[in-house]
Design a protein around this ligand. Structure first.
Ligand SMILES: *Cc1c(COP(=O)(O)O)cnc(C)c1O
Length: 426
């Protein structure tokens, strides 16, 4: 079963839930990120129900760290998967239970480890023996024992975009799965870490369950042999990576199919499962509302220039990701290049896109941008970060105000050696 549509067309006007997109654009300006609360909740509730109360759905906060979004998931019953101190603080601020927070990432700094220990997290997913030594040392200094699992790299090809595949030996992530016995044996000799589980994450935007099944089968074998060697494996973290429908024809596994597969392969081992979904909870519930600024043509191309640019939504420029947009007009027109105002040729959302005929000022709404959208936005070209709003039925709440131009230079200082500092600089 696919998800309910939260963007609809009524009498030619676009609505997100029960709010006309036109009203959102007028009240909050463009470019504007809009999240559908119903869309977020439907995705989270289905995954929570499919995994059941004995397992943990740890929302991968990196896909969208807006506090209101995180709170929505936390209130629905999710834990959080964090990859930095900043994400950890956000998770705590969104009232996540520290016992439902797992800490992933290949380069945790000592101060980040300290904060994680202080907060009392569920587990640290460890990616190298160097990191293990650091966690043990910091835990000893704090007089505590750190719960850990190793992120095992199963060497499977996730068959996704090369820039978001993480399960192969050629990437920096994890400990090779064959080295698990030695890594766990070593962990056992350390007094301030306690082995509690295993972890893997093979990549993102997986449209087939097969690579994940392959990885989990390898993980299962590892769990059984680690248990034989006397390690207590109470948690099996299967990572994130469930894909979403970015273009017509993409058919991602449903939350139920995903959970069924995981429970079938590693569910019967007497350990709780942890999953770390990011994109699959947020992408389809988020929209980016922009307006057409100008249009122009040369002998080869037609361009539609939007007021949203690659600084607002970088995935097309960074990964070549496809986009799908909606306009109120449905009159067919010749294909166009959909571009932004940023001074880079790569500031192009789509090439030869079948955009309906539009006029300057018309709305262009990007679908499926709730994941890795706002959180990857920058102020490049001196462009303030966009606003974010959340829609709930016919209600709208601003969940982040638009950055002002002045705020884009907040924190910058004039060097003291400047001859005549202005009053503002001090
Ligand atoms: C990015 C990441 C996730 C989430 O990936 P999605 O594709 O957004 O589901 C989960 N776990 C780890 C360790 C990650 O790095």
């Amino acid at each position: 079963m696919s998800f309910s549509q939260t963007l609809a067309r009524r009498d030619g006007a676009l609505f997100i839930e029960d709010v006309p997109v036109r009203d959102l654009a007028e009240a909050h300006g463009t470019p504007l990120y809009v999240y559908s609360r119903a869309g977020l909740l439907e995705r989270a509730s289905r995954l929570l129900a499919a995994f059941g109360p004995d397992n943990l759905v740890a929302y991968s906060i990196k896909s969208n760290m807006n506090l209101a979004v995180v709170r929505t998931f936390v209130d629905a019953g999710c834990g959080v998967d964090v990859t930095s101190r900043g994400e950890l603080e956000r998770a705590l601020r969104a009232r996540a239970d520290p016992r439902k927070i797992v800490y992933s990432g290949a380069g945790k700094r000592p101060d980040e480890i300290d904060r994680g220990l202080e907060a009392g997290l569920r587990m640290f997913n460890v990616e190298s023996l160097d990191e293990l030594a650091m966690i043990d040392a910091r835990a000893r200094a704090a007089g505590v024992v750190a719960p850990i699992s190793f992120r095992l790299n199963p060497d499977v090809d996730a068959r996704t975009h090369p820039k978001i595949a993480t399960g192969l030996r050629t990437v920096k992530f994890g400990v090779p799965i064959e080295e698990a016995p030695a890594a766990y044996a070593h962990a056992k000799t350390l007094s301030n870490v306690e082995v509690v589980g295993v972890d893997c994450h093979i990549g993102s935007q997986l449209l087939s369950l097969e690579p994940m099944r392959d990885a989990l089968l390898k993980l299962k074998t590892a769990v059984l042999s680690l248990r034989q060697a006397g390690h207590e494996i109470r948690l099996i973290d299967i990572g994130g990576g469930l894909g979403v429908e970015y273009q017509d024809g993409d058919v991602p596994p449903t939350p139920e199919e995903y959970a069924d597969m995981a429970l079938e392969v590693v569910g019967g081992l007497g350990a709780a499962l942890v999953c770390e979904p990011g994109r699959s909870l947020t992408a389809g519930a988020g929209y980016l509302v922009s307006r057409v600024l100008y249009q122009k043509q040369n002998e080869q191309k037609s361009f539609v220039i939007l007021d949203a640019g690659m600084n607002d939504y970088v995935r097309p420029a960074m990964y070549g990701s496809p986009v799908r947009v909606e306009t109120e007009s449905t009159r067919a027109s010749a294909p166009v290049d959909l571009v932004g105002p940023v001074c880079e040729s790569t500031d192009r959302f789509a090439e030869g896109y079948a955009l309906p005929e539009v006029s300057n000022g018309d709305l262009v709404v990007f679908r499926d941008v709730g994941a890795y959208g706002f959180c990857m936005a920058s102020t490049y070209n001196g462009r303030p970060l966009p606003a974010e709003v959340m829609v709930h039925g016919s209600r709208v709440e601003r969940v982040r105000r638009r950055q002002s131009v002045e705020e884009t230079w907040t924190g910058e200082l004039q060097p003291q050696w400047d001859d005549e500092p202005t009053a503002d600089d001090r």
